[in-house]
Design a binder for this molecule. Structure first.
Ligand SMILES: [Zn+2]
Length: 508
């Protein structure tokens, strides 16, 4: 296969405002008629956003906030973008000739594995042996086109879960949550602005000095991590922008045995279908990195930053505050802080698009996506609104176990109770938050809103309990027991420490 330049070739599917789908090369991203990317898999869509943000962040970054704002208002001139991308052309070649995009610099001479292994939901080697891949038809994806192969490779390197001995996890660990600042849902914002919202100014230490292996690790021999040395790559040993181009997996696609036919992922016809690749363990082991698009918590023992991962149950408002504000345990993504300091017109609304896999060891259990609101007031150091919302959230967390306990004592416990609780109280929660922000300077209004929130939750848990206890025609338990459990539920609720805290907040 001849080498494909990922900067000159039109390979990224996009959707225009008029509904038309086309493929573009990266420098066409500033076309104002483009509305969004148009990938057919949500993980590719999220990865492609990061790929394009990464290109801008690496080659066309603003030096400060003012410069960021100038581009936001005036647009990025085509000639400037072309010039910026020209500098990184050698890193964006894809094909048999090395260096090749996100593939190992050295010939691997390893075992050939089917191309389906690049896809995150594909069963690992162990699952194939044990035949435990019930959910994924491993025979379905046999050959893919080069356009899909690039994105599959980028998606894997960006999210890599633990993959068995020495198969390293992504720079943010296995299955990080990515959070992107987005304009108001359904607003007619062109793609380039959605990307630019997620590019942060770089200081002198963060700017790439050279576009070499300190940014793009495939441009030289991989810094491998075999025992006993288990070498790691720390941020100080590379450039900040490598966060976008991490290469934990040593991979070499098989370009020698290409075939003709339809791609098993996108369906398009290609004369260069790829069906196998080689891989070797002990690729780059990343430590202590902070990716600008992910929220982090601090490890209480080591003090190391740990990117927030997908959890069973998905992304829910329980997790929201830690993604948009800093507290003792969490720091939002750098891009969220950068957004807070941009003096964008307050009439425009923004939200946080969060997504990622939930991995259980090597297997993807689920792909999650969620949109959270972003409020400018969170950036105001003089406002205590964050603390009040944190109190309300803590209250939501404390209330759920009471419901669970009551349901368990009448033998009605179920794993779906938790998920339903968070999903069904989410809309009322955001309504409460909105009203709280409106009443931010009114002590009396704030007090009644907080009290109102506790009543909302009380109403919810009693409704759920009553439905479980009294609507079942097969009466196994006498009603008096159910009634006393209900009384206990109310008593437990009123004993919650945060109920007292909220009531004590009453303005005098
Ligand atoms: Zn394809």
């Amino acid at each position: 296969m001849p080498t494909l330049s990922l900067l000159d070739h039109e390979w990224i599917p996009v959707r225009h405002f008029n509904g038309q789908i086309s493929k573009i090369k990266p420098s066409q991203l500033i076309d104002e008629t483009i509305f969004d990317l148009a990938y057919f898999r949500p993980d590719f869509q999220g990865a492609a956003y990061q790929f394009l943000i990464g290109l801008l962040q690496t080659a066309c970054y603003p030096k400060n906030n003012d410069e960021w704002l100038d581009y936001w208002d005036e647009g990025i001139p085509q000639s400037q973008l072309d010039k910026a991308f020209e500098q990184i052309k050698p890193a964006m070649q894809f094909g048999a000739t090395k260096p090749a995009f996100m593939q190992d610099f050295t010939p691997l001479n390893g075992n050939k594995v089917p191309i389906s292994g690049l896809l995150v939901e594909a069963p690992g080697e162990n699952a194939l042996k044990r035949n435990t891949d019930h959910f994924i038809k491993r025979d379905f994806v046999k050959a893919i086109c080069p356009h899909c192969a690039v994105m599959a490779l980028f998606t894997l390197q960006t999210n890599a879960p633990a993959g068995g001995q020495g198969h390293r996890v992504s720079l943010r660990g296995g299955g990080p949550i990515t959070t992107l600042i987005m304009p108001e849902l359904n607003s007619p914002t062109p793609l380039w602005k959605k990307l630019w919202l997620n590019v942060v100014p770089l200081n002198d230490d963060e700017k790439p000095q050279r576009y070499d292996e300190t940014v793009f690790p495939w441009l030289n021999k991989t810094i491998t991590s075999e025992p006993p040395k288990n070498l790691s790559v720390y941020p100080e040993q590379a450039n900040f922008c490598q966060a976008f181009w991490g290469m934990p997996r040593r991979i070499e696609l098989d370009f020698d045995n290409i075939t003709q036919g339809n791609c098993d992922l996108c369906g398009e016809e290609s004369s260069e279908l790829i069906s196998h690749y080689q891989t070797k363990n002990y690729g780059v082991q990343y430590q202590n990195w902070r990716h600008p698009l992910s929220p982090y918590r601090t490890d209480s023992k080591t003090g190391a930053p740990i990117a927030i991962k997908g959890q069973p149950g998905g992304l829910i408002y329980r997790d929201w505050l830690g993604m948009v504000t800093t507290n003792d345990d969490n720091q939002p993504a750098q891009v969220v802080n950068a957004h807070d300091y941009r003096d964008l017109e307050s009439t425009e609304e923004y939200h946080l698009w969060c997504f990622g896999y939930d991995f259980e060891n090597m297997k993807a259990r689920c792909w999650y996506e969620h949109n959270f609101p972003v409020y400018p007031i969170f950036a105001d150091p003089d406002s205590d609104i964050k603390e009040l919302i944190a109190l309300a959230l803590e209250f939501s967390k404390d209330t759920l176990p009471i419901l669970r306990k009551a349901l368990a004592s009448i033998n009605k416990q179920s794993s779906s109770v938790d998920i339903a609780y968070w999903k069904e109280t989410e809309i009322p929660f955001y309504e409460f938050v909105k009203q709280l922000i409106d009443e931010k300077d009114n002590p009396n209004g704030r007090f009644h809103l907080l009290l109102g929130w506790t009543n909302t939750l009380l109403k919810y848990i009693t409704q759920i309990y009553d439905k479980a206890a009294f609507s079942d025609p097969d009466q196994q338990m006498i009603n008096s027991e159910k009634i006393s459990t209900r009384e206990k539920l109310l008593k437990d609720f009123n004993k919650l420490k945060n109920i007292k805290k909220i009531k004590n907040n009453k303005p005098s």
